[in-house]
Write a protein that binds this ligand. Structure first.
Ligand code: SF4
Ligand code: SF4
Length: 235
């Protein structure tokens, strides 16, 4: 009875659908082009080369960004701002064209095998959070499988290490066709903070085809959910 009364008092605690603003998420860094004088300090300060100034314009590669905010701190004009816009994942263009029909197979249910290929565990902590009652991935038909043989795709985190290369390929090959690959975090995109490590191959897509990168270091649970749903809803 107490549980029922609590439920009535507190209302629905699960995050709203469709996903809206999420103040707990870091997201896209915005540049105020009115005040930015292209001094280049942020470009020099960024530890992962996510910022480039070309043709009189500052470009930000969200897939590389590790949300360290060093660029914001160093900017003398306060021209940079970190937003809560976490909807920055993007389906790889070429694969989207080839695989539009494949993605529609997963519209109602998607079971993923999670593989850590050399991460700090940050991405996986956020991944496990989408299973809690607040983010509640199971209401969308998203599940995590214990074996790649029971999965529709892989969700991969970390900077791909030499020792995990073979295991990743084996896990990918064990998944029945059609299958998808979701790369989680800046590390899986191009090595992130481990980029120049002696044991790191860097990009996951050097070894298996990646359908979508979900940026962040780590990506927030809302960002992960949004990215997975992008595949399922195919938009
Ligand atoms: S937040 Fe850090 S990683 Fe991201 S663009 Fe700024 S300096 Fe680079
Ligand atoms: S992207 Fe960041 S949080 Fe994720 S594994 Fe790499 S260092 Fe850890």
């Amino acid at each position: 009875m107490k549980l029922i009364l609590d439920r009535i008092k507190n209302g629905i605690e699960t995050i709203k659908d469709p996903l809206g603003e999420n103040v707990y998420s870091y997201g896209r860094i915005e540049v105020d082009s009115e005040t930015c004088n292209l001094c280049g300090l942020c470009e020099k300060e960024c530890p992962v080369n996510a910022i480039s100034i070309m043709d009189g314009k500052l470009e930000m590669d969200s897939r590389k960004c590790i949300f360290c905010k060093l660029c914001i701190d160093v900017c003398p004009n306060d021209s940079l701002e970190m937003t809560h816009d976490y909807k920055i994942s993007a389906i790889e263009e070429l694969r989207e064209k080839i695989r539009r029909e494949v993605y529609s197979t997963f519209q109602r249910s998607l079971t993923l095998r999670a593989v850590d290929v050399g991460s700090c565990n940050g991405c996986f902590l956020e991944l496990s959070a989408i299973g809690n009652t607040y983010y509640d991935m199971s209401r969308y038909g998203i599940h995590i499988a214990a074996s790649p043989r029971h999965a529709d795709g892989l969700i991969v985190s970390g900077a791909l290490s030499i020792n995990m290369k073979e295991a990743l390929i084996k896990a990918y090959e064990a998944i029945p066709n059609p299958k998808i690959v979701i790369a989680l975090g800046a590390c899986s995109y191009d090595g992130g903070i481990y980029k120049d490590g002696y044991s790191v191959i860097q990009r996951v897509d050097e070894v298996i085809p990646v359908d979508i990168h979900i940026p962040g270091c780590p990506p927030s649970p809302a960002a992960i959910l949004e990215g997975v749903l992008k595949i399922m809803k195919n938009k």
